[in-house]
Design a protein around this ligand. Structure first.
Ligand code: GLA
Length: 726
């Protein structure tokens, strides 16, 4: 019987990574030359289910066996012509590796390290890391390369991905569907499906912007028919890296899929001097036999931090850059009355910041807007029982700022090239220690002097002209004794992580929200460092439902910031979107308010207060539960169900639809058919009605929501509680 966790076969050539719902098997061929994937799919129970690793015979000399072999980490070398995970150049001019298995190590039955060594350059060692979560089956993979030589031998790395995953051909060569999360600024993480992946084809996703980007999220899911009835094999994964990334899917002539991913190869380069080691970011992936539905449960559950985030107010949409002490005090008073727990002052609070044209970098309060600084505001916010939050964009500088005038060479640039501005700003060179200590010093002083409990860390442009004067003074690509200037892409992200870690260490209770003009930096890497992510600048409820549908494939609801705002303000019809609808859309994650609450009528204030009270009652489910989409037809109706043991919350929406089709009964999931459930329903009114049903009724016949049929922007909140087992 195979236990949960990682086990090695007595032959020392097979490794089993077993979770509650899946198994992943790795095998080493007898000659120790190859490390192959032997199996990935539903859980196995016996070691002997999977025969020892063997290279399959080749089809022809033009289709070498090595090229089609499901190698765990296919490097560039020999007869490998498929996508490779690793390519190096030796000082001798040899541009290939020849690795063989030397050893393995299992730590606490959940971390496996497989060590490979070059057959000629024995000082070059590659370690493959696997960490398994036995509850969800998520496997975290990364790779380490070491130059263990004691001489001055330097190794150049031309390309290094985190992992290659292999999927077997589908049953009867049936089609395989690819799901990705792509978009644009203010239109992030839209669920895209490519219906059929063709053999001998490749699909590439990625970012070269220095951030994961709004254009493509580092996520994939591949679904195909299972050989088990009513099941769907789904393999899904995401890269934990807040910079340039790639995910490439290659389907070979046999229908086998190789998914390679990690650091973006474009403009990649690293030099490993003697004694140095480099480890890639993590590429995590999992398997579910329950289709996209199963994948959606496992990844967010794996990334869930298990803590409730406070209800926030932020005046960005209401005030823009036009902030001042009196207005903020007034907003804080209103926010506190509504039940807000965290009051955030966004952009516009620092010197020279009257628009996006100036001020970034000068993190000192604006004396015209806040004559006595921000402490009086923070003190007032605290006296109202709320936490105080502040916006920063630490990696940036406007050329129109004191910082830039004093240190024009603190930004990434090439000496002989113009510096491209985006949103009138340039990117600070985080690899420069002086830059980092300036940034950290300003953050630390403001946090301590003002009494800041939360920061929103923004990044409003991609990185371009990534020349770091520090990494390479000669601006040459690389040389024997110099670091490769292209390391800058990796160093920037590592230094960003370093600053976040330092903040969390020095200010243990500090909450951090990651933002990059919306959802441009909300990858699983940053999720490990921060408390929540701003997922889009688009807060129009219809758009938000589409964006939340996508990002909730990865983000646990507690980390997905969702706001109630007045958007779209330019549309005269916007007032027809009721406050109830706006709140219910924002109930899906960590609730925030961005409306101009100084303009709320008394009636709106009462309504908002009541919705906030209800949210507080339900947020142990809404933030910490598994968020599942029962329907996501953005032109007709949408339904989510967030579940914890014995309780759930259903949110149902009818957007503005031109057709007025009736809404069918909504069939719920994950209930006990024999049990009795009490349902409490809220619509636009703050009064609820209570109904009782069996689990079977709710799951098989379905719940009628007639209220949704009666017009646009109708929504319902349903609290489902198990009241008896039968
Ligand atoms: C970005 C963010 C917004 C806001 C502005 C401030 O666009 O996504 O939420 O903070 O910057 O300039």
């Amino acid at each position: 019987m195979l236990p949960l966790g990682i086990t090695c076969h007595p032959d020392k050539h097979r490794f089993y990574l077993v979770s509650e719902n899946s198994t992943y098997v790795i095998g080493v061929t007898l000659d120790k030359k190859l490390v192959l994937n032997l199996y990935w799919g539903p859980r196995l129970y016996s070691m002997d289910d999977i025969p020892a690793a063997q290279l399959q015979p080749e089809r022809s000399s033009q289709d070498p066996a090595l090229t089609t072999a499901p190698e765990e980490y296919p490097y560039f070398g020999g007869l490998r012509f498929g996508e490779t995970s690793l390519k190096v150049t030796f000082p001798s001019g040899t541009r290939e590796l020849d690795l063989a298995f030397v050893d393995h190590y299992i730590h606490n039955s959940h971390h496996l390290v497989i060590t490979l060594q070059d057959q000629y350059y024995e000082d070059v060692v590659v370690c493959l890391h696997y960490k398994i979560c036995v509850k969800t089956g998520l496997i975290e993979r990364s790779a380490t390369i070491s130059n263990r030589s004691s001489s001055s031998f330097s190794l150049h790395i031309d390309k290094m991905l985190s992992a290659a995953w292999h999927l077997p051909p589908t049953i009867n060569n049936k089609s395989r569907q690819l799901t990705t999360l792509n978009g644009a600024w203010s239109a992030e993480t839209q669920v895209n499906t490519t219906v059929n992946l063709h053999t001998n084809n490749q699909y590439t996703l990625g970012s070269t912007r220095g951030i994961p980007s709004a254009q493509a999220y580092p996520y994939f899911a591949l679904t195909s028919e299972s050989n088990l009835p009513n099941r769907q094999d789904t393999y899904f994964g995401a890269i934990a890296w807040s910079g340039n990334w790639t995910i490439r899917m290659d389907v070979d002539y046999q229908g086998q899929v190789r998914i390679s991913g990690g650091l973006q190869p474009l403009d990649f380069g690293l030099t490993l001097e003697a004694g140095e080691t480099f480890t890639t970011p993590v590429f995590m992936a999992g398997y579910s036999s329950l289709g996209i539905f199963g994948a959606r449960q496992l990844l967010p559950r794996y990334l869930q931090q298990g803590k409730i985030n406070p209800i926030l107010y932020n005046s960005w949409e209401a005030a823009g850059f036009d902030v001042n002490i009196q207005q903020q005090l007034d907003l804080a008073n209103e926010a506190a009355k509504l039940g807000v727990e965290l009051f955030v002052l966004d952009d516009g609070w620092f010197r020279g910041r009257t628009s996006d044209k100036a001020g970034l970098g000068d993190w000192f309060y604006d004396e015209n807007k806040f004559p006595n600084g921000l402490k009086p505001l923070a003190d007032h916010v605290h006296s109202l029982g709320m936490k105080f939050g502040l916006w920063f964009e630490p990696e940036m500088v406007n050329p129109d700022s004191s910082l830039y005038r004093e240190h024009p060479d603190w930004v990434y640039h090439y000496r002989e090239r113009p510096r491209s501005e985006a949103r009138h700003q340039l990117v600070l060179d985080l690899t420069n220690e002086q830059v980092r200590s300036y940034i950290y010093d300003r953050l630390r002083h403001n946090i301590m002097e003002i009494g800041v409990d939360y920061i929103k860390w923004d990044m409003n442009r991609p990185i371009s002209e990534a020349g770091s004067q520090l990494l390479n003074n000669n601006n040459t690509p690389f040389g024997q004794d110099e670091r490769d200037a292209r390391e800058v892409w990796i160093s920037h992200v590592n230094m960003f992580y370093h600053l976040l870690k330092q903040l969390k260490t020095d200010f243990p209770g500090l909450l951090i929200e990651s933002c990059s003009s919306g959802g441009g930096r909300a990858d699983p890497g940053v999720l490990k460092m921060v408390d929540q992510c701003w997922v889009s600048d688009n807060t129009q409820p219809d758009a938000r439902l589409i964006i939340q549908h996508g990002i909730s494939s990865v983000l646990p609801p507690s980390m997905m910031s969702c706001w109630v705002t007045d958007m779209p303000q330019e549309d005269p019809g916007y007032k027809s979107i009721p406050l109830s609808y706006r709140f219910h859309v924002a109930f899906m994650g960590a609730l925030g308010i961005g409306s101009n609450i100084l303009k709320y009528t008394d009636e709106q204030k009462t309504e908002a207060t009541n919705w906030i009270k209800l949210y507080i009652k339900l947020r142990h489910i809404l933030q910490l539960g598994d968020l599942d989409w029962l329907h996501a037809d953005h032109t007709r109706f949408l339904v989510t169900m967030t579940t914890i043991p014995n309780e759930a919350v259903l949110l149902a929406f009818r957007p503005s639809s031109p057709f007025w089709f009736p809404i069918p009964p909504i069939r719920l999931r994950k209930l006990d058919p024999k049990a009795k459930y009490e349902l409490e329903l809220w619509t636009t009114h703050n009064d609820s009605q209570v109904e009782t049903y069996s689990g079977a009724n709710l799951m098989y016949k379905g719940l009628d929501l007639p209220y949704l049929t009666s017009g646009a922007y109708k929504s319902v909140v349903v609290w489902i509680k198990k009241i008896s087992d039968s």
